[in-house]
Write a protein that binds this ligand. Structure first.
Ligand code: F6P
Length: 541
């Protein structure tokens, strides 16, 4: 049995033992629990004391992390080694937010100079768009940007914009991802081609949805602009500039193959947001992420936020069979955080084989879902509180969510008070006896109270983590998203999987191409399964 297997077995055994004690009782057993399971990192505060682990379970999780050489594997990533083992690539998203004088190397090749050069080009472009030095083909200033991309070429930039945009932006930034033409139709509605910049973001510049939408946008521009003028409105952001130029982009901003799609928001992938927000705001996002990188590199495991966040997840998945996690950002500006984390975590760690190709010996990535608070409370929290499955919750709580609220301090309390109350209710629950007593006190007859009490009881003992941000600043958003990237990496190390490829998305793409070929031929292929053939016949009419 390897040291890792032994550490996993110990964690599972202690987790089973922990199941015999309620979370709330762990506080009495360990007066320093909140201190030991609370961690400050790059301006964020994490409270993991409402997780199910006992002090022993917590230590066993840390032992597992150390046994898996978390720190050595982290250093290998930052050193630019080929940690993406199936594609033989480095994984260096930290290089994108490093200082200009950093010296990151990808497989030995110095890359920081190139990063700094691209950032300088992005900054100059953002400044020129705002100053009017950069205009459309008809010499009109740009007042709108349409960002076309999908997956990692959409989710991160979209989240940054939602989180940091002013209420009345000087540039109207719109996002298009879906191949459904309605998505593009809504984005273009009301825009003027002469004052609209189209930014096409695709690492490969081969993604079907993005190319289809780029063609729609080009056709829309062509209705008003000559080909010569139109090129000023078409920017490509890609690791394949030759493809972008061949397609018709007037200018491209590049990034390298050691930037994973779901880890790319720090790169030129966020050009549209950096322009619309202003370069100074985007730089502050990078500053926040860099601060989290420093924390991840320097903090020992027991006070390392990404490590502890990952261990809570591994404890729940491996130790308690809890294969889902709900993420509830209590800030309207973070409403797309669950969607961003779905790609980051599930595309990174939704894997069935280990790095060496052998079947996994763990459960691997959880199902991540969520909605902003308090909306989720009025949608699916019923099940989180009373359903038979225990679904750990993660509350991302922002002390001040907007300038308006900053003025009226009490404006934020109803939001964060709800988040704290939800975490408390999940932990404490309510016994049938308590529910019955409340019913009696409210005037119910004893037999009515007996009848309703089971329906009004809450099992409680349901785990959660709370992450506090003082305010929704660019730095806090950068630190938060970088923390989740590192958390995802740490989980992948423990599960011994490759968190940086995504072969699982390829089969569906290939089959879609085959179906489209059948559509062009006018009938389903003879060998097609009967279900798909029947559905196609109904849709092809
Ligand atoms: O198909 C999955 C995926 O490759 C994601 O990993 C990626 O973020 C997205 O599609 C978009 O890819 P691209 O940036 O190459 O268009």
């Amino acid at each position: 049995m390897t040291a890792r297997s032994q550490a996993l077995s110990m964690l599972r055994a202690l987790a089973r033992k922990d199941a015999g004690a309620r979370i709330i009782h762990q506080f009495a057993a360990d007066p320093r629990r909140t201190e030991r399971m609370g961690v400050e990192a790059a301006g964020l505060y994490l409270d993991l004391s409402k997780q199910s682990w006992s002090a022993e379970g917590f230590e066993a999780a840390l032992d597992l992390a150390r046994t898996c050489d978390i720190e050595g594997r982290r250093d290998a990533l930052f050193a630019g080694e080929a940690v993406n083992v199936t594609e033989g690539r480095a994984v260096l998203h930290p290089a994108l937010r490093a200082a200009d004088d950093a010296d990151f190397r990808a497989l030995g090749e110095p890359v920081s100079k190139g990063v700094a050069e691209t950032r300088a080009l992005m900054a100059a472009f953002a400044t020129d768009v705002h100053s009017g030095a950069e205009t459309g083909g008809a010499k009109q200033p740009f007042t709108a940007i349409v960002h076309i991309g999908i997956g990692g070429s959409d989710l991160g930039p979209r989240l940054l914009w939602d989180a940091l945009r002013p209420l009345e932006p000087t540039i109207d930034l719109r996002f298009v991802a879906n191949i459904d033409p309605r998505d593009m139709g809504e984005a273009l509605s009301g825009l003027d081609p002469e004052t609209t910049l189209v930014v096409i973001v695709s690492k490969t510049f081969t993604t079907q949805e993005t190319l289809a939408n780029a063609d729609l946008a080009k056709a829309w521009l062509a209705e008003s602009l000559s080909p010569k003028r139109m090129v000023k409105h078409l920017i490509g952001v890609t690791a394949a500039p030759d493809k972008a130029e061949a397609w018709g982009c007037g200018r491209t901003f590049g990034f390298r193959d050691w930037v994973g799609g779901r880890y790319s928001l720090w790169s030129a992938v966020s050009l549209s947001v950096a322009v619309a927000l202003g370069w100074d705001v985007f730089e502050r996002v990078l500053d926040g992420a860099r601060a989290m990188d420093a924390h991840f590199l320097e903090a020992s495991p027991e006070v390392n936020a990404p490590v502890l966040l990952a261990l809570a997840q591994v404890y729940n998945v491996e130790g308690r069979g809890r294969h889902a996690r709900t993420v509830a950002p209590y800030a309207h500006g973070l409403r797309r955080l669950p969607a961003f984390l779905q790609q980051l975590e599930m595309e990174s760690n939704g894997k069935g084989v280990k790095r060496d190709g052998s079947p996994v010996d763990t459960a691997t990535g959880p199902i991540v879902f969520g909605e902003p608070g308090t909306n989720g409370q009025h949608a699916f929290f019923q099940q989180i509180h009373q359903g038979p499955q225990v679904v750990p919750a993660e509350f991302v709580v922002v002390g001040h969510t907007s300038d308006a609220a900053m003025d009226a301090r009490e404006g934020d309390a109803p939001l964060w008070a709800n988040a704290l109350a939800q975490a408390q209710a999940l932990m404490l629950g309510k016994t049938e006896a308590q529910a019955r007593a409340e019913l009696i006190a409210a005037g119910a007859e004893p037999d009515e109270a007996d009848r309703l009490a089971p329906h009004k009881a809450f099992p409680g003992d349901r785990p959660s983590t709370t992450i506090l941000l003082d305010a929704l600043t660019p730095e806090a958003v950068g630190a938060l998203l970088a923390m989740y990237e590192h958390k995802t990496f740490v989980e992948g190390v423990i599960w011994d999987i490759n968190s940086f490829d995504q072969w699982g998305v390829e089969l569906g793409k290939a089959l879609a191409r085959a179906i489209l070929t059948d559509v062009a031929d006018g009938e389903p292929s003879p060998g097609l399964d009967p279900s798909t053939a029947e559905l196609m016949k109904r849709l092809m009419v």
